[in-house]
Design a protein around this ligand. Structure first.
Ligand code: D5M
Ligand code: FE
Ligand code: ZN
Length: 486
């Protein structure tokens, strides 16, 4: 027993009080500097009432940590790729993946007015061969396979299951829009023909998010958004994160209403993720790293539900979609009642609020190839993903994508909150009513990040009131003054 708790016990005994054993547990979790004051005040109060036993209920009421039974904390996993992963083989697998992508997106756009006027590329091409002209304002849709800006024009190659074609864009603004298209992304094009120029693209339409109503929680509870803890790395901000986790048990009125903690990947730093990583690790094995994660998560009150999704540093597999962190590395995380292990990406419902969680590896490929997007504004990249209704369109770049027979990275179901991490930059924004949360990190700038000029803002805890969607943040990083920009 801590000496401060022993003091409290003796003090109470000397005043003729007894402390019920259930109350010890709470006393041990109380800040030691406050313990003496708390016990003295409590005894004063109970002496007035002529009741000489201190029990759990007294302490919980006094500290304001009494569970409010009206607070709802219902979690449902709406989508988890873990059990859906059935990769196809080689080229055949990728053909199935892209065909699934095309079909899913075609279904997504089926409510749009243009959808009825979409023709297949093969039909348009054959008409063009026979008549040298097709009626104007025909629509096609497909995946972008090539994008080339040449002198004053941009050429785009689109592919649908029937065929592919190259379209030319002359309009300057439309060329700018075309410049933001990602390779392998789905798009609708309005095309027209001229006698000698073949097909001209007159407009480009993204699948995008329709206007919709956002789901909110009936009871006023908070969700905490974390990611990129990088436990095991020597740059992991252990003290700061421990301080935050300890705050979750405090009598603070917001802390009392936290019912969910979401971890959006890179919970551990992993092993062998980049060359010479071992020199930057304080825990050299995955098991040790996950044990440390478990010890930290154990400090979170059990009435808070924790959702753990993997990132590119976590074990399982590297290619997207990723299964949940396998049980073999830490079975107790899987067995804990208040922990839910999901794959990447995942959709969970928190009291009816739909949260799409995605670690965000594709951001690396997107910022590299898209003018106007940067690591400093990850929420802009997140908007771009929502507009294209796909989490990781670019195939064959840095983000590995598995040849799943079903494309599980299409954004079918529209979330109320979109939670991404990976770029270590905490940022908030809104898009078409959807709250965008990039949950930053709890790892200080690494030598690699410094060498590429990447400036993270680690140590910020973001929280959302699921009833009002008001956001709330706490900064545990003393080096940061300009905390959040949105
Ligand atoms: O990624 C943390 C951040 O560092 C993220 O923005 C990507 C960036 N990063 C990581 N590795 C590379 C390489 N090899 N090239 C460019 N950028 C990189 P994390 O997943 O935590 O390592
Ligand atoms: Fe990370
Ligand atoms: Zn990452």
């Amino acid at each position: 027993m801590k000496k401060e708790v022993t003091f409290a016990l003796n003090y109470a005994l000397n005043k003729g009080f007894q402390i019920h054993p259930d109350a010890f547990k709470i006393l041990e979790s109380v800040d030691v500097q406050k313990l003496e004051k708390i016990i003295k005040e409590l005894i004063k109060e109970k002496t007035k009432q002529k009741l000489f036993q201190i029990n759990q209920d007294d302490l919980e009421t006094f500290l304001g940590i009494k569970e409010d039974p009206r607070l709802q904390s219902e979690i449902k996993v709406l989508f988890d790729p873990t059990n859906k992963i059935t990769s196809g083989e080689g080229v055949k697998g990728y053909n199935a993946l892209f065909s699934s992508r095309f079909n899913k997106l075609k279904r997504i756009i089926s409510d749009r007015p243009e959808s009825k006027r979409i023709k297949s590329i093969a039909v348009i091409k054959s008409k063009l061969q026979k008549e040298w002209e097709v009626e104007n304002d025909v629509y096609v849709c497909g995946l972008v396979t090539t994008r080339n800006a040449e002198r004053n024009v941009t050429k785009l190659v689109l592919e649908d299951p029937s065929s592919s074609f190259e379209g030319i864009i002359f309009d300057e603004d439309l060329q700018k829009t075309a410049g933001t298209l990602l390779i392998d992304q789905f798009v609708i094009a309005r095309v027209a023909t001229t006698k000698n120029s073949g097909l001209i693209i007159k407009d480009l339409i993204f699948p995008d998010i329709p206007d919709q109503k956002i789901n909110k929680s009936e009871s006023e509870v908070y969700a905490v958004f974390l990611s990129d803890l990088h436990i095991g790395s020597r740059y992991f901000m252990e003290e700061e994160l421990t301080e935050f986790v300890t705050w979750l048990s405090s009598p603070d009125p917001v802390a009392r209403k936290v019912r969910f903690v979401l971890i959006g990947g890179d919970i551990v730093d992993g092993v062998g993720i980049y060359p010479n990583q071992n020199k930057e690790l304080v825990c050299q094995t995955i098991e040790e790293q996950l044990q440390k994660a478990e010890d930290l998560l154990n400090k979170i009150p059990k009435n808070i539900k924790i959702i753990i999704m993997p990132g590119n540093h976590d074990p399982g597999r590297r290619a997207l979609p990723q299964p949940a962190i396998p049980k073999k590395y830490n079975s107790s995380l899987w067995e804990r009642e208040n922990i839910v292990m999901v794959g990447n990406p995942a959709m969970v419902s928190l009291n009816g609020v739909k949260v799409l969680m995605f670690h965000g590896q594709s951001i690396d490929d997107i910022v590299k190839t898209t003018p106007g997007l940067s690591y400093d504004r990850p929420t802009d990249v997140m908007k771009h993903l929502l507009k294209g209704r796909h989490l990781s369109p670019i195939y064959g770049s840095q983000t590995p994508i598995a040849p799943e027979t079903e494309d599980l990275l299409v954004i079918d179901d529209i979330p109320d909150i979109f939670h991404v991490g990976h770029v270590h930059k905490a940022q908030l924004d809104m898009y078409k009513g959807i709250l965008l949360v990039n949950s930053g990190s709890w790892q200080k700038q690494t030598p690699f990040q410094a060498s590429v000029g990447m400036t993270p803002n680690p140590g910020i805890a973001l929280m959302v009131n699921l009833k009002t969607f008001q956001v709330f943040h706490q900064n545990y990083n003393l080096d940061l003054d300009n905390v959040l920009q949105s």
